[in-house]
Design a protein around this ligand. Structure first.
Ligand SMILES: Cc1ncc(COP(=O)(O)O)c(C=O)c1O
Length: 399
């Protein structure tokens, strides 16, 4: 069947032409059929979201502010101040007026790529990275320099230095904690090095951090931004995974001199974030409800992660290896070369009713055909164990 583009000769912008539909979205549609065990998602379990507490916050805001809560309003200062305090608590030297409320990290990525990146210009992103990072760089037709990643500590800092020195990228994007899709985190030393290199080579580094609050083992590490002395590191934080994705609320820590320029770009996209959501989230966090929520969710995610790792050990221990995250939502699985996880997916869904994301969906320059991303946060432990057993059946049959 002819698509409408074949009937009407639209002339697209370079961005309109280069954007690819997120493969993940298409896959997730099939993974949501009722009897499919989905290890494909990238989201918290709806049953673990603080629904009743958030509803009370919404009610309170509307009862108190009436229609004004539903108006166009500037950024909500008490929320900016709370976020400023949260970031200073993580070692970031910033004032509240450097906190810019966004509609989540994807919007922060969009704003910064609009600010710094022209089509054809060099950009550095991790060789395996979240598809949304690819959309704002590859999708803007940037000239991509993939940063190699290792499966224990993420981005390779020697390679970053080579790329920064040789190509002076207009933008670099790094996911510091519980990487999507790898599940790994940068060491403290790597964070220091990246901050220093951003300043030395004058490369704006976007620190895309939706996951650091989802730690269930070990000590939290400071963000890269905490080591930045040059104002070249742009920190993006999000309430999506620590509170709820559907709020569409996050923040950016930006250099003071750029706040007004960034505000103008943001306004051109969607004016501002929901006044009601900002107030309700502030109500939630300032009531002290965030810490107990995170403690409960992370404890549950730990159990689910352990269930997944021991099921992998039991069913695939002799033929595969995988990352062992200290938090977040994901495990990255590497299978024998003979397996192509993309080709295997229809069979996994149709025959075994289990879904995952093929690793190649995250790969910037192809390859990684024998890898996959598995999510452990969105199902109870027994479901995860059954899902891994089904997955092992498909894989063994293919071998
Ligand atoms: C690494 C990374 N960055 C950004 C996002 C988008 O986050 P948000 O919901 O805050 O827009 C995600 C969501 O999965 C992600 O994994």
């Amino acid at each position: 069947m002819a698509t409408i583009e074949h009937i009407i000769p639209y002339r697209f912008s370079s961005e309109g032409q280069h954007l690819k539909r997120s493969v993940m979205r298409e896959l997730l549609k099939r993974a949501s059929e009722p009897d499919v065990i989905s290890l494909a998602g990238g989201l918290p379990d709806s049953d673990l979201l603080p629904t009743a507490a958030y509803q009370a916050c919404l009610n309170e805001v509307i009862a108190h502010e009436g229609g004004r809560a539903l108006q166009y309003r500037p950024q909500y200062e008490p929320l900016r101040a709370w976020i400023g305090g949260w970031m200073r608590g993580r070692g970031v030297d910033c004032d509240d007026d450097q906190v810019m409320i966004t509609n989540g990290n994807q919007q922060g990525l969009t704003i910064l790529s609009k600010l710094f990146l022209e089509p054809g210009e060099p950009a550095a992103i991790e060789a395996i990275t979240f598809t949304g990072v690819q959309q704002v760089t590859v999708g803007r037709d940037a000239h991509i320099h993939p940063i190699p990643v290792d499966l224990t500590t993420g981005a390779d800092t020697d390679a970053i230095e080579r790329i920064f020195a040789q190509y002076q990228p207009r933008l670099a994007v790094i996911i510091p904690d519980f990487h999507n899709p790898l599940g790994v985190s940068l060491t403290d030393e790597k964070r220091r090095l990246i901050a220093a290199m951003a300043g030395e080579y004058g490369v704006p580094v976007v620190e895309d951090d939706p996951y650091s609050a989802l730690r269930f083992y070990g000590e939290a590490l400071p963000p890269i931004r905490a080591y930045d002395r040059s104002d070249y590191v742009f920190y993006l934080g999000s309430f999506s995974k620590m509170l709820a994705p559907g709020l569409r609320l996050g923040w950016m820590i930006a250099p003071r001199e750029l706040v007004s320029r960034i505000t103008t770009i943001r306004e051109s996209i969607d004016l501002e974030s929901s006044a009601l959501t900002q107030r309700a989230v502030y109500q939630f966090v300032s009531n002290g409800q965030l810490e107990p929520h995170l403690a409960q969710m992370n404890a549950e995610n730990r159990v689910r992660c352990e269930a997944m790792l021991s099921a992998l050990d039991q069913h695939l221990g002799s033929i595969a290896h995988w990352t062992k995250p200290d938090g977040g939502l994901f495990v990255w699985l590497t299978l024998p070369e003979a397996i192509n996880t993309w080709d295997l997916l229809p069979r996994a869904i149709d025959e075994q009713r289990v879904a995952y994301i093929p690793g190649s969906a995250f790969s910037v320059s192809g390859g990684h055909h024998n890898t996959m991303r598995l999510n452990f946060s969105n199902g109870k432990p027994d479901l995860i164990v059954r899902g891994v057993a089904r997955l092992a059946d498909v894989i063994r049959a293919a071998l």
